[in-house]
Design a protein around this ligand. Structure first.
Ligand code: 5GP
Ligand code: ZN
Length: 112
């Protein structure tokens, strides 16, 4: 499959990894939008949050627990934002489920 993040999972495209296990991968975004900006993805190809089912519950719990641990390690005690963009209007450019984690600056709300 021609998917950028599947290629990152396979090691065909290099990435700056923060955490990896059999289910998920966390790596820094190539175009950071905040002093800390990393992505957490399932290794399994899921196109977006629109394709999530109840059976993905444990995977999602694992992703959010990992985000919490990484934010502890990276010193994001002042807070952070977790975002997943879906589809064209959501601004999704890579069609493999990913959670952006943005931290270490004050983030505006609502987003543009
Ligand atoms: P989206 O726009 O789909 O919500 O987010 C995709 C993100 O992937 C963007 O923030 C973009 O900077 C990041 N990205 C795109 N290509 C690469 C890449 O090759 N490596 C890394 N580390 N991030 C990428
Ligand atoms: Zn993929």
């Amino acid at each position: 499959m021609d998917c950028l993040f599947c290629k990152i999972v396979a090691g065909e495209i290099p990435s700056k990894k923060l955490f990896e296990d059999e289910q998920i991968l966390a790596f820094y975004d190539i175009q950071p939008q905040a002093p800390v900006h990393f992505l957490v993805i399932p290794k399994e190809h899921i196109a977006s949050a629109q394709d999530l089912k109840a059976e993905h519950g444990a995977l999602l719990g694992h992703i959010f627990e990992t985000i919490s641990h990484l934010c502890d390690q990276l010193g994001c005690e002042n807070g952070y934002r977790v975002v997943t963009n879906v589809g064209e209007d959501g601004g999704q450019s890579v069609h493999h489920l990913h959670f952006h984690v943005l931290a270490q600056r004050s983030l505006a709300w609502p987003p543009g």
